[in-house]
Ligand binder design. Structure first.
Ligand code: KPL
Length: 337
């Protein structure tokens, strides 16, 4: 049963006509056009954080830009409606301050162009945001450009599941968990002041100082599930069937061999990765994985940042990864048709 709650006005940032921010508020800039960005924007707004959502400035997104109400259906079937303050990239400099936290929840291939726009907005604003929080599937996206930002970069890995009925209507389909921490590992580093607000917005969120490890684990999960489920055109749960086990094991063995070169011996053994993949298959049995959704919607896939990344790293370290290479090729052939 759907329970409709009243429309919430957007929390405002400090300004001449606005209420000043309280100590536990941070100005947020949410960048992303998908269900996850919308999920986190709703969470931040629910926790009364002042935020702006960046919208694309194209005629196709006009409706989104002018929409009055955004709906989130919770995992319990409750419906919340909100308004969000929105800016296009050309307006982003007007809301950027040195206190802003920028949350980039994007497809891996969208990160580079988004960072180019953000860099321009920072130049126009004459300041850097206090933090960039980056979340996407895979590894190797826009690493060089991120390193150029003179501010702290944090990685966020999430297993929250969401999908969009349309650009205004998001469904929180599966309650998962998330981890966040600095990209430049700083053992024993304490969470920044804004962490509590973000954790309250989308719990559970844990603070970690080993995000590279977390990202490699998620990479292995996506390398095993996404291309296989996409090629078979099935939900994740189907991959528990015996006919997929040899390929899943081969993917985990190859990812573990590459991880050994990058992270060190024994850090990510193949058995650990296989266990994680099997857990996620069981917990997300009814999900359509993001790669299959991308293919169905005619969007580019993240294959170059998943199995394609493993293939590139394997080449650098002179390791053979035939299963990852084949899956990469099959997805490319499927999407180039
Ligand atoms: O991250 C995912 C994705 O679809 O991209 C998994 C964990 C595989 C859930 O579907």
């Amino acid at each position: 049963k759907l329970r409709i709650m009243r429309v919430r006005q957007p929390p405002t940032t400090a300004g001449p006509r606005n209420k000043p921010m309280t100590a536990n508020q941070t100005p947020w800039l949410v960048v992303g056009h998908g269900a996850l960005a919308s999920l986190w924007a709703h969470g931040l707004a629910r926790s009364e954080q002042p935020l702006h959502v960046v919208v694309r400035d194209t005629s196709a997104t006009k409706a989104f830009k002018h929409a009055q109400v955004f709906t989130l259906e919770s995992a319990l079937g409750e419906s919340e409606q909100r308004q969000f303050a929105r800016v296009t990239w050309s307006q982003a400099s007007t809301v950027l301050t040195p206190d802003t936290c920028v949350l980039l929840m994007l497809k891996a291939w969208q990160l580079e162009p988004a960072l180019a726009q953000l860099s321009l907005a920072c130049q126009q604003a004459g300041c850097m945001p206090q933090a960039l929080i980056v979340s996407h599937n895979g590894l190797g996206a826009a690493d060089a450009r991120l390193a150029q930002f003179n501010t702290q970069v944090f990685d966020l890995v999430t297993t929250q599941g969401a999908w969009r009925r349309n650009p205004f209507d998001t469904v929180h389909a599966g309650v998962g968990g998330s981890a966040i921490g600095p990209r430049k590992a700083d053992a024993g580093g304490l969470p920044p002041v804004w962490f509590e607000a973000l954790a309250a917005a989308m719990p559970p969120l844990s603070w970690r100082n080993d995000m590279l490890l977390q990202r490699w684990q998620k990479l292995a999960i996506n390398c095993a599930i996404n291309p296989l489920a996409s090629l078979a055109g099935t939900s994740n749960g189907e991959l528990a069937k015996p006919q997929y086990q040899a390929t899943i094991e081969a993917v985990c063995d190859e990812v573990a061999a590459v991880a050994e070169q990058v992270l060190g011996k024994g850090v990510l053994p193949a058995e650990l990765l296989l266990g994680k993949v099997q857990d996620v298959i069981a917990h997300t049995a009814n999900n359509t994985c993001s790669m299959l959704q991308d293919i169905q919607q005619g969007r580019p896939t993240e294959i170059d940042y998943l199995n394609g990344y493993i293939v590139r790293m394997a080449r650098q370290h002179r390791i053979a990864v035939p299963t990852n290479a084949q899956l990469t090729q099959h997805i490319k052939t499927r999407t180039e048709r």
